[in-house]
Design a protein around this ligand. Structure first.
Ligand code: 13P
Ligand code: G3H
Ligand code: ZN
Ligand code: ZN
Length: 359
């Protein structure tokens, strides 16, 4: 089937009460593993490419790769989403290359390091949303800066993250401002900050409410019950993968990610898109290390990539299952971008925030 939009998928997920993992993709092996998982559990899926992925693989390669996946897995609804777009050009060029959805991350300036003002964020997100909706594509905005409530820092290892120390007011999305932001920008989905951060080193202990603020999500959902919320930095950093990496020559200091039970709780509170990259990286790397150590004479890359794909497929299957996306694929028939554009133009897809105003 043709690629579908994020908005169509998340409206369905909200209606049926499930969440959708958004897996980052850079190459064919990740694409095959993710789609094999989706096919096995009959789930829709979001593939997202960062700016780093676009320069690693190239826009033409990514476009054709995802088209090939859609052709190979015709029963699976696929969204192709730009992860952390930093300006209009990144988002609009993604749409030109066949992405059906973009994230305009105006919580940081274009350098993706400097926290931006609310006014800047609202202005650029509204502008990108107008342009994207004119051609039927969806937009995810972000309010609040991702970073650790333990240290006040964003993970430096990753392509997108604030530099310097942040205070609690920056690290936790303000629910009232979230209402204002959705109204001002008309975005389709809202990424929120609640103490998660990108990369493997999110928490120095099993997180509790002090350092992973699920209450923030509950408060935003209470004010914006119809807005699709997005959790970034949602890898669980499984102990088994840390152990597998470390047992085969790796050196990852002990760390904790976002417990799956907390993500499941988030899904019950309006979280519809759950961003996972680090876990996918760890799954493949663990198998690369295992094969390299157990078979030091091996030099065929496929002998590394085949078990790496199997490990990633198992991880993706687990997430699609646990978030409730399994079995949903056949319930979705694609709405074209042109039709989505008409629906936006008619006002039918405008954010519903009356309940928030009344509160
Ligand atoms: O949020 C992400 C991509 O936008 C990925 O987060 P992780 O680093 O936790 O996988
Ligand atoms: O935004 C976070 C993702 O993990 C993408 O990372 P990347 O920029 O290294 O591809
Ligand atoms: Zn951000
Ligand atoms: Zn992210």
């Amino acid at each position: 089937m043709p690629l579908i939009t994020l908005r169509q998928l998340l409206d369905h997920a909200a209606d049926q009460g499930y969440g959708v993992p958004a897996f980052n993709i850079n190459n064919m092996e990740q694409g095959l593993a993710i789609l094999r998982a989706a096919e096995a559990c009959r789930a829709p899926v979001i593939l997202q490419a960062s700016r780093g992925a676009r320069s690693y693989a190239g826009d033409v390669m990514l476009r054709h790769m995802v088209q090939a996946l859609a052709e190979m897995f015709p029963r699976i609804p696929i969204v192709l989403h730009q992860d952390h777009g930093n300006n209009d050009a990144t988002c609009l060029s993604a749409i030109r290359h066949g992405f059906t959805s973009v994230m305009m991350d105006g919580s940081l300036l274009e350098d993706m390091k400097t926290p931006a003002s609310y006014a800047y964020n609202a202005r650029i997100t509204a502008r990108v949303t107008r342009a994207a909706h004119a051609v039927g594509a969806s937009v995810e905005g972000e309010l609040g800066v991702l970073g650790s409530l333990e240290t006040g820092e964003a993970a430096a290892e990753d392509g997108s993250g604030a530099e310097g120390r942040l205070d609690h007011s920056q690290l936790l999305t303000d629910p009232d401002q979230a209402v204002e932001f959705v109204q001002a920008t008309q975005c389709d989905a809202l990424a929120i900050a609640c103490g998660t951060s990108h990369g493997a080193y999110k928490f120095t202990r099993q997180p509790d409410g002090e350092i992973l603020s699920m209450d923030t999500i509950a408060a935003i959902h209470a004010k914006l019950p119809d807005t699709h919320l997005v959790m970034h930095g949602s890898s669980s950093v499984p102990q088994a993968l840390q152990d597998l990496i470390n047992a085969h020559g790796g050196h990852m200091p002990q760390t904790w990610g976002v417990p799956l039970a907390e993500i499941e709780r988030g899904i019950r509170m309006g979280v519809r898109k759950v961003n996972i990259d680090t876990d996918c990286r760890m799954a493949m790397t663990a198998q690369f290390r295992r094969v390299a150590q157990e078979q030091p004479g091996e030099f065929d890359p496929r002998k590394f990539l085949i078990p790496a794909m199997a490990e990633l497929e198992a991880l993706c299957r687990d997430r699609l299952d646990r978030f409730g996306a399994a079995g949903q694929a056949e319930r979705i028939s694609p709405i074209s971008l042109d039709d989505m554009a008409r629906r936006y133009a008619s006002g039918a897809l405008a954010p519903r925030i009356a309940a928030a105003r009344a509160a």
